[in-house]
Design a protein around this ligand. Structure first.
Ligand code: MN
Length: 206
């Protein structure tokens, strides 16, 4: 099946001599982000002009991405707006740093949650429906095994550039938790947004 480079838009939007973000292009082994037991998800916390969370799922060698202004919830009654953004390279899963203010997506980024995920959707014959098909059908369901987010999550397309992210009803649902506010820091390095900023500044001086 012929298709364009899924990372074309990602690469066109960035000047890699200016941003510390990965260029992509060495996808593969490195891209699994250290998790070897299946495809991965990652949620970046991104303090750009508006603070938001970027929800990313590994699909066919790239990270399918949605910007979630309020971040994911563990409460099934909370529907979170999710705006599709360009595919990111797999190496992006481990990216934390400060993107210069005048560059695309300028602001501080940390890995708010990450881990493997499982595809929950099967067809009438009980065969798994590929995630890429679920994305084009506008409805996908996955089981996350993160540190903050666990259990079933559904992403449903409700408009041309508009999806909704919602926690599914299962044993991992918990309306009392609110990890976006109670667990703000990186699962990768334990750093806060301020910590990432300070270290980036130090790096520039040194
Ligand atoms: Mn973002």
């Amino acid at each position: 099946m012929a298709r364009g480079n899924p990372l074309k838009e990602y690469m066109e939007k960035r000047d890699f001599s200016r941003t510390p973000e990965p260029e992509g292009g060495s996808a593969g082994e490195e891209g699994s982000g250290g998790y070897r037991d299946g495809p991965i998800f990652v949620v970046h916390k991104h303090d750009a002009s508006n603070l938001h969370y970027d929800f990313r799922l590994e699909v066919e060698g790239a990270l399918k991405s949605w910007a979630v202004p309020k971040g994911p919830s563990t409460d099934p009654s909370e529907k979170r707006l999710a705006l599709p953004t360009e595919d990111h390279p797999l190496e992006y899963a481990g990216f934390e740093g400060v993107i210069p203010e005048d560059e695309y997506g300028g602001g501080t980024v940390l890995v708010w949650d990450a881990g493997p995920y499982e595809n929950l959707k099967t067809d009438d014959d009980g065969e798994p429906v590929p995630l890429s098909d679920q994305v084009s059908q506008g409805h996908l369901t996955v089981w996350l095994r993160g540190e903050k987010l666990t259990g079933g999550y559904a992403l449903t397309q409700t408009g041309e550039e508009r999806w909704i992210l919602v926690k599914m009803e299962d044993g991992e649902a918990d309306a009392r938790r609110n990890p976006v506010s109670t667990e703000p820091d990186s699962v990768l390095t334990g750093r806060s947004l301020e910590g990432v900023e300070k270290e980036a500044e130090k790096g520039e001086e040194g």
